[in-house]
Design a protein around this ligand. Structure first.
Ligand SMILES: Cc1cc2nc3c(=O)[nH]c(=O)nc-3n(C[C@H](O)[C@H](O)[C@H](O)COP(=O)(O)OP(=O)(O)OC[C@H]3O[C@@H](n4cnc5c(N)ncnc54)[C@H](O)[C@@H]3O)c2cc1C
Length: 488
C-alpha cells in the first residue's frame, strides 16, 4: 500500500514538496492553518485593489521554470511573466536612479558617476555569474546534513572561487568607490536578512540574479505562483485541508503516527513540517522529541521583521515605478536599529511596491495599489502598532515629495501588518518576515537540520532550514525534503 505523508503548512516549500512526493506515488495530505495556501505569498483584496502581501520580487526565473518542468509543465501554462525594465528605481535624497535591466546600459550609467565603473561592473558581474553557477550546481540542492557533502574534489575546487570568508561589502568596495554605486550593488543581499558586511561574498551571486537574469512580474500578481503550485498539486492528487491548525502530535515507538488539529485527527506514516521550524519544535513537539533547545534558537540570527502597509489610493501617483527603494535616509543607522542598537528606526529606509504601474487588474482605473515595507528588528514589539502609524505618516510625506503632489487624503483602503501579525498569521518565530539570515555561521550544513535526530519519520523544510530565505530557495527546499523522504 502507498505511504501516507502529512505536510504541516501549505506555504511554498510545503506545496513544492507535496508535488514531488505525489509524483513519486505517495498519498499526500497538506494541513494548513489559514484559509488559503501560499503561506507568506498571500493575497489581500479590498474594494477592487489587489495586494501581494509578502514576496513581490520574482527573481531567478529558471528555478520556477525548472520546478514546473519537473512535472512536464511550464510557468506559461499557469501565468504570464513580464520582464521589468527598468527593473526598479532607487531614490536618494538628491536624485533618483533607474536600475536598467541591461548590463551595458547600466554600465554606461555607472561610468558617468565613476570613471572605470563600466569595466568594473562587467568584471564584478562575470565573477557573480561564476558564483551563481557554482552555488546553484554544487551547493544549493544539498540537504546540508554535514560538511562531507561539500568535500568532493570538484566542490572544493569550485568553492575556492566563492570567497566565503570575505564579505559582500568588502568585495564591492574593493571595486567601486562611488557610495551610490556601492549601495545599489549591496541592495540585493538585504534579501538574505543581514547587512552586506556580514554576508559572505559568495552571495554576490544575488547581483547576477538581479542585474543579469532580471526582475520579472507574473501578471495578476505574485499570488499567481502559489495558485499555480496549488493547481499542480491538486492535479497530482494532493489532498488539501485548509483551516487546520495543528496542535499536537501522537507518537508510537519514536514515530509520529497521528496529527491533531483544532477539529480533526489524521493518521500518517511520514511527517513533513513546512510550518515555522521553531514554532513546531518548541510549541507542538514534546521536549523529548526536540533536536534543538530554546537557547539554540535564541542565538540564531533572524532576517528582519517588517511593518507592512497596503494602501489603495484614489488617484495616480507620479514618479513611482513598480519597485521603488527609498534610500533617502541613512541606511546604516536603520541597520543598527535592527541588528545592534535594537529599537524602532527613526528615519527608516523603505520599499514601495506599486504593481498597478504594470498591471491594470491590480487597482481600479485611475487608482494605485501600494505595498510599503519598512524592515524592523525581529522579536521587538514595544508600542508596535502606534509606532507603525507614526512611521507611515513619515514615509507618506517622503513619497509625496518624490511624487511632487499630495495623496494622503485620497487613501481609501488601508491595512497594516507588524511583527505581532506575523506571529499570529504564520506562527513566525520572533515575527521574522523571511527566515534565518544567510550569515556564514548559518550557511548550508550550519542551518537547522532537515532530518529530525529524535523522530524517525520526521523531516523539515522551509525558510528556517536549507537553503534559506526567499521563494526560489523555498521551492528548492521542498524538493530536497521530498528527496530525503522518498530515498529512505
Ligand atoms: C513581506 C515579505 C516580503 C518578501 N519578499 C520576497 C521577495 O520579494 N522575493 C522572494 O523570493 N521572497 C520574499 N519573501 C520571502 C518568502 O516569502 C519566504 O521566504 C517564503 O515564502 C517562505 O515559504 P515557506 O514555505 O518556508 O514558509 P511560509 O510561507 O511561512 O509557510 C508556512 C505555512 O505554515 C502554516 N502554518 C503555521 N503554523 C501552522 C500550524 N500550527 N498548523 C498548520 N499550518 C501552519 C502557515 O500558515 C504557512 O502557510 C518575502 C517575505 C515577506 C514576509
Amino acid at each position: 500500500m502507498s505511504q501516507q505523508i502529512t505536510i504541516i503548512g501549505g506555504g511554498i516549500s510545503g506545496l513544492s514538496s507535496a508535488c514531488y512526493l505525489a509524483k513519486e506515488g505517495m498519498v499526500v495530505r497538506i494541513l494548513e492553518k489559514n484559509a488559503q495556501l501560499g503561506g507568506r505569498m498571500n493575497l489581500l483584496e479590498d474594494s477592487g485593489f489587489k495586494f501581494d502581501m509578502g514576496p513581490s520580487w520574482y527573481w531567478m526565473p529558471e528555478v520556477f521554470e525548472d520546478f514546473f518542468k519537473d512535472f512536464g509543465k511550464h510557468t506559461s501554462d499557469y501565468y504570464e511573466l513580464i520582464k521589468l525594465d527598468p527593473s526598479y528605481q532607487i531614490i536618494w535624497d538628491n536624485e533618483t536612479w533607474d536600475i536598467y535591466a541591461d548590463r551595458d546600459k547600466l554600465g554606461n550609467f555607472f561610468e558617468k558617476h565613476e570613471k572605470g565603473a563600466k569595466q568594473a561592473l562587467n568584471e564584478f558581474l562575470d565573477d557573480a555569474k561564476v558564483k551563481y553557477e557554482i552555488g546553484m550546481k554544487k551547493m544549493v540542492h544539498k540537504p546540508g546534513r554535514n560538511i562531507l557533502e561539500f568535500a568532493d574534489y570538484q566542490t572544493i575546487k569550485a568553492g575556492i572561487k566563492l570567497d566565503i570568508f570575505k564579505s559582500v561589502s568588502k568585495l564591492i568596495r574593493k571595486k567601486f568607490k562611488n557610495p551610490k554605486i556601492v549601495q545599489a550593488l549591496e541592495f540585493p543581499v538585504l534579501f538574505l536578512g543581514a547587512m552586506p558586511n556580514d554576508i559572505p561574498a559568495l552571495y554576490t551571486l544575488m547581483n547576477h540574479a538581479d542585474l543579469d537574469l532580471g526582475t520579472f512580474y507574473p501578471k495578476g500578481g505574485m499570488y499567481q505562483v502559489s495558485r499555480a503550485m496549488e493547481q499542480l498539486a491538486i492535479e497530482l492528487g494532493v489532498e488539501v485541508h485548509t483551516n487546520q491548525n495543528v496542535k499536537e502530535i501522537h507518537f508510537e515507538n519514536n514515530k509520529a503516527t497521528e496529527i491533531v488539529t483544532d477539529t480533526n485527527t489524521f493518521s500518517t506514516d511520514e511527517l513533513l513540517v513546512s510550518m515555522d521550524y521553531h514554532a513546531f519544535e518548541q510549541h507542538i513537539l514534546p521536549p523529548q522529541y526536540r533536536t534543538y533547545t530554546e537557547k539554540y534558537w535564541d542565538q540564531r540570527v533572524l532576517a528582519p521583521s517588517s511593518f507592512l502597509y497596503y494602501l489603495g489610493v484614489d488617484k495616480k501617483i507620479p514618479n513611482l515605478q513598480h519597485h521603488n527603494l527609498f534610500f533617502d535616509e541613512d541606511l546604516n543607522r536603520h541597520a543598527e536599529k535592527i541588528y545592534s542598537d535594537i529599537g524602532w528606526p527613526e528615519k527608516p529606509a523603505f520599499y514601495v511596491n506599486c504593481t498597478s504601474k504594470t498591471d491594470k487588474t491590480a487597482a481600479p482605473e485611475g487608482k494605485e495599489n501600494l505595498m510599503i515595507l519598512i524592515p524592523t528588528p525581529p522579536g521587538y514589539h514595544e508600542n508596535e502598532k502606534k509606532t507603525a502609524e507614526i512611521l507611515l505618516d513619515q514615509v507618506i510625506s517622503r513619497m509625496e515629495k518624490i511624487a511632487g503632489e499630495k495623496f494622503r487624503d485620497q487613501i481609501s483602503v488601508k491595512h497594516q501588518m507588524t511583527g505581532k501579525d506575523f506571529i499570529r498569521e504564520y506562527n513566525s518565530y520572533k515575527g521574522n518576515a523571511y527566515g534565518l539570515a544567510n550569515v556564514l555561521k548559518q550557511t548550508a550544513f550550519l542551518k537547522p537540520k532537515m532530518t529530525s535526530k529524535k523522530v524517525a519519520n520526521l523531516t523539515y523544510t522551509g525558510h528556517l532550514t536549507v537553503p534559506g530565505p526567499g521563494v526560489p530557495p523555498a521551492i528548492i527546499s521542498g524538493k530536497i525534503a521530498a528527496k530525503l523522504i522518498t530515498s529512505k
